[in-house]
Structure formats: C-alpha cells, structure tokens
Design a protein around this ligand. Sequence first.
Ligand code: PEP
Ligand code: MG
Length: 575
Amino acid sequence: MKGIVASPGIAIGEVFLLEKVNIELDLTPLAEHKIQEEIEGLKKAIAKTKQQLEEIKQRTLETLGPEKAEIFNAHIMILDDFSFYKSIAANIKMKKLKAEVALDGAIKEICVMFETIDDEYMRERALDIKDVGTRLLYNLAGVENISLKDLPREVIVVANDLTPSDTVQIENDKVLGFVTELGGRTSHTAIIARTLEIPAVVGVQDITNIVKNGDILIVNGLDGTIIVNPSEDELQKYKQKRQEYIEERKELVKYKNLPAVTRDGRRVEISANIATPADVEGVIKNGAEGIGLFRTEFLYMNRDVLPSEAEQLEAYAEVATKMKEHLVIIRTMDIGGDKNIPYLNFPEELNPFLGWRAIRMCLDKPEILKTQLRAILRASKYGNLAIMYPMITGITEVRKANSILATVKQELRADGISFDEGIKVGIMVETPAAAMIADKIIKEVDFFSIGTNDLTQYTLAVDRCNEKIANLYQPFHPAVLRLIKQVIEASHKYNKWTGMCGEFAGDERGVLLLIGMGLDEFSMGAISIPNIKKTIRNLSFREMKKVAEKALNMTTPEEVIKYLDTIINRTTLNL
Ligand code: PEP
Ligand code: MG
C-alpha cells in the first residue's frame, strides 16, 4: 500500500490497532423485565471501573508521585458516591433507559450543575466527572480503551487518525512507527512524528480494515510504502535498507556542527522547531543554532486545566537555560485548526482552520495571553528569548497583542520582577493577508517567520490535513513562492530579518529557492538539520538568486520541481 511520507526512516514490527470507539447510544426503551439486568450491569461496570482506577492510581503513585495520584482518588470517590449511582439507576428505572443512555444523561445533568457554579475549582470537577463517565461508559459497552501511554510492548501503531495530543504522548521506546488513514505531510501529527524521529506514513486508505493486531508491517517512511506480512525476502531487503538509512544518517551527522554557509560565503541561521522542553535534546543532538519555533500550545494539552504561570515559567526557563545564548522564539499558543483543547470548550466549527484560532482566541481571552506573556517575560532572563504571534492577518491584531504585552511588562516592573527589556517581538507570516501587507506590518515588529504550512493551505485553499487533496498542497506553487519573496524583501528593506519555520524550510529542493531569495533563518524538525546544512554548504548564493528568479516566473509547481531537480542533479552547480 502507499501513503504520504510523514516522517523518514524504516520501521519493521508488529501491528497494534488503535481503535477509537464511538459508542452509539441505543435509545429504544427497555422492556420491564430487562430493568434489573441493566442495573446489575451498571453495578458490575462500576466495580470494574473502580478496580481499573485503583490500578492506575497505584501506577501513578509509583511513577509520578502522590500529587498526581490524588486525581484518581477523586475519581474513585465519584464512583463511591451513592448519589451518583442512584441518579443513574433512577434514570434506568423511571425512564426505562439502557444503562449507557442513563449514564450519559446523568453525567450531563451533573456537569451542567457544576459548570454553572461560579468557582473555578468546582468547574474543574465537572471534568473529573466527565472522565469517570467516559471510563464507565467504555466498561458498560464492554470495549477496551488503551491509551498510547499504556502500550504493552514495541509496536507499530495503526489508526484511522491520531490527534496531535495523542502523538505528543508517544513514548519512542514503545512506538517503532505509525500509519494512519487520515492526515497530510504538514498535519501536526506528522510534524510531531518527525520531532520524535519515528518513521510514519499517513493517508493510507483503509489500512485499519486491512491489517489486524499481530500482523507484521514494514513502514517505509522514505517513500511512503507499507508492506503487510512481508515475505522472508522482503523482510531481509528492508532490514538491509533500514541499516543503510541508519548508516546514511551517521554520515550526515558530520555536518551537524558546521556552519550553514554557501560556497560564496552567505551565512544563514539553522534552527529547530520544538513542541515540548523534552524536544531540546534532539535539537542539541542535531546541531541547531537556536529554536525558531516553540509550539507552546502542546503545554496546554493532555491535561484538564490551563497551565499556570509558574508551570509555564518552568517550561520556558528550562528551554532558555538549555539553549544558553542561542535565540529561542516562543510562539504564543496556537490552538484551533487541528489542535483542540477539550477543557477550553471550543464551539464546534465548520471550518476550524478558518475559525477561532491562535491570536484570535487569545485576543478574545486576554487573561490566557497575559498569563503566557508574563511567564515568557519572566523566563527571558534565563537565556535569549523572543516572542512571536501566530495567525496574524493585519496590523490591528499586532497592535492589540503588543498593547497587552506592554501592560504585562508594566505590571512586572511594578511588581519589581526583572525581565529582558530588549526582548524582540515578531509575527508568523502564515496568511496571504499578512504576506501582502508585510511592508506595513514590519514597521510594528522586529522580525518575521514565514509559516509555509498554513501559508500554503490558505493561499491555495487546500486543507493541510486532508489526504484526498494532498497532491494540491504545493508550497512550490509560484503563488506561494512569490508571497515568500515579497515577505523577505519587505523585511530587508527595513533592515530586519525573515526566518521560516514551516516545513518548507527543511525541504532540500525548497532550500535552493530560499537561499536564492535571501531567507535569513531556517527552522525545521531537528532531524532535517544535518542534511540541510550539507545542502547549503554545496550551494552558491549568486547562482541560487538566478535559480529563484527563474522559478518565480514559472507557471506550475510541477515545472518548478522539475527545474530544481535538474539543478540538484548537477554535481557542479555552475549554471
Ligand atoms: C506554519 O503554519 O507553517 C507553522 C510553522 O505553524 P503550525 O505548523 O504550527 O501551524
Ligand atoms: Mg501555522
């Protein structure tokens, strides 16, 4: 089978099918004689859920300590609460509902009660009740719900889809690779896979129906091929290929600490993108000169409440300290699109990528933004930090965000808390609107970072996560290339700099054009760094300027790609 390459490398291993079960609620009224049976089923499910929670509590106590284990105590208490049981049993008896339906109704009633109380602590308890309710629902329906954190052994995960918050929980030593039916190359799930250096292929049609648990799978993250239950010959061939890939990587590592300077002396900055402080290890290992994008929204995931200022300060200070004098660009949270945070209760949207996302949400909820900016500013004294706003479409958003930043700075000064007074502020240029008025916006900020993942999807009107239109998702489209050039030129005109933190910055062919257009900083998944440094060291800036000029005047992405391939294939790059 064939899919879209999401993360390079070759994985060979046993299939683990991750099934997200959608439990359908059966609303048919119960027959009188079935009521007792349903109540017995409820009691059994409660007992089973309690036993599972006791086990998780014990494990949490051993691994994460008493504070984290306390959450599960609270969950057990909910199950022990007689009124909880009574309200479900009453729904079964009086309304003749199946236990799952009665449970669903009871949970909703209780949550409405909690959510309307004007007390944050009590509102958070509604989340505990929802959690317990979901676990109980799975047990009532008799389905197993395994999380990626509880994998029993080394496997290849196969799923219809993995959300970015699922993926960020993956532990590299258990997941050899993964394959999904949905997704595109720049979906956040694919981006995280590259950060974790796990081979992955997405957009493989129907794979969850074709494979079963225990099948052997070869995932070729180099060309997107998937082989189910390979023959002995195939197995040997791919083990060999895997070995070659590992050797090739070792060879590339030689370039990791060399500067990215073209043959004729143009030096550019090579940085890495991260999602969590833990990713810094890979950043240093692969020789990045800074962090061009810290996707902070991942700090807000896989939890029940917003991270406090202190928690955020700890995370930012850890990254700042580890990166020493190197620049770390912290992007304010970019929630929405393919990244959801359940406890923020986002409304269902028809077009989440065009919806209440990133800076739009932050400007509507300034308290969230203020907490984050306070934490970033407080962390700024531990290293070399910069702030970046996502999804900017116009100057008003920049001004509003900067005015909140000014207030936060003023408050810190009043509290006698020190921070880097010279901290730089930039924006992501990832909407065509921002690119078109880059010459105006640049006057309000210190730098640009081009987000080609979104810029491509918005310019070409192609959903970056939709595998059905992946062929139309083309950063090499001259429309995208022209916008990129325009942004770089606008910044240079005002003696400022432009970086790129979209995946295009780590694309070997793309780099030819970007060097030629004068891009100053390239930020990518750390795994791509050695190869990109090697590529840049082979180029001539003077020649690439001509190449870029020519490509910008072509009419189709295919034409541009074909042209760049011929350039790459020339051993000497003399034109
Ligand atoms: C981008 O859009 O190119 C980008 C780097 O941001 P994200 O992928 O997080 O949307
Ligand atoms: Mg983006």
